[in-house]
Design a protein around this ligand. Sequence first.
Ligand code: BYC
Length: 470
Amino acid sequence: MSGVNYSEKIPNNVNLVGDRTLQRALEHWQPHFIEWWKGMGPSDFQSADVYLRTATSVDAQGWATYGTVKMPDYRWGIFLADQQADRTIGFGDQMGQPVWQQVPGEYRSTLRRLIVTQGDTEPASVEQQRLLGHTCPSLYDLRNLFQINVEEGRHLWAMVYLLHAYFGRDGREEAEELLARHSGDADKPRILTTFNEPISDWLSLFCFTYFTDRDGKYQLKSLAESAFDPLSRTCRFMLTEEAHHMFVGETGLGRVVKRTLEVMKEIGSDDPARVRAAGAVDLPTLQKYLSFWCSSSLDLFGSEISSNSAANFANGLKGRPDESQYEDHVLREKTLALVTPEGEQTVPMLNALNEVMRESYLKDCEIGLKRWNRQIERAGFSTRLTLPSSRFRRTIGAWAGQPVDPQGKMLSKEEYEKQLYSWIPSEADRAFVHSLMQKVVEPGKMAAWIAPPDRGINNLAVGYEYVKLH
Ligand code: BYC
């Protein structure tokens, strides 16, 4: 078990004290991070006492230790999963050879790019969510938002550690840049498109944590397979924390569906206008939010046909999630039939791995929809929620910019443009959802558009005062 040393300025389980140069470099970055947190992190709640979990070790006993802290005092630190003795490369052309404890020169820039791209998403999401506290539906939800925010901050630390420890001066410069780009900034935006989308209401937050954090799960799992062992160990521990973020999305959307169905039963109608008038999110609007965030998150897997994905896999930098479940770990002989707007193409499997991953991601996304559709069916209504086709509204890859409807059917450009806002939220839909977002901070009280959760955090009551406001 690797305990975390909390007596140091930067809590860590990587023996930072044994490398004074690295320690100094990270201690130099630390005040810049805090400054960023105060300026770009949750707006206005920095003096609140928040019931948060912090890792005190990376094992089952210590990774979630609960207590009340003010967010700027959160102990952000560097935690790697324990090193596995004799770990060997699990895929690609160097399969079976020992994993790397240092970055091989020939992969240096690619690995740095992967780590920077991963790292960039973490502060981006905190920036996207910074105003949400003002419209929280309950103290329980407010606490969950802040838990996610501080952990995304920690995930930034995880990537900054790798940059500082293994990439020298370039790594330190990249770490500064991670605080200089900002979500939605016209001059210095975040790297990936989804992380520049505003998240200005809680329905979007729940969709983001359902769809976008799930991309995080898939990407972290594939990086956890990496032959670069420090990256693998970092991602393995991050995945433990990531699960709670998806839980917030899944239960959040489930609670929205539950409340909407209660209202539909009360008024005896599924008429969207009447559901809205009764203060709940009508199912067609929910469907539009699902389609928006799902399609946006699908871009995060990259192009269907990608030489980057082929090289990353062949060189052992990035595998497939749960690589050991597959039989063939080299993939030099396999192909995949892919449909693009030009017709069906047979592509070397190595070049199609982004698409393979996107397909399994979509299957994972289906699980929640099945559950919510069962709830709707049990309540006696005929609407069914669906995921859009992976060709819908794409901005990356073979289907980028193609006028395709959510069922995957090609339309004329005019028809597509005419119908787009019947598939994703229009200004009026967003304005309606915003009108529901009224701050509720009385312990145990919920906003009218969302059902209470089944249980509280860490066995506490739902009505516990999870955030003490001053
Ligand atoms: N937007 O061959 P291609 C998370 C670029 S979420 C903008 O198509 P590749 C989290 C690409 O960079 C997980 N640009 O794709 C969730 C490349 O540019 P360069 C984040 C894009 O490289 C919630 C070019 O297009 N982690 O953790 O195979 C809250 C051609 O690339 C996009 C990662 O993404 C896009 N959507 O795969 C908080 C893992 N897609 O390099 C956190 C690290 C592609 O030629 N990143 N491009 O200039 C990667 O593994 C890969 O970079 C990608 C793309 C999967 C993103």
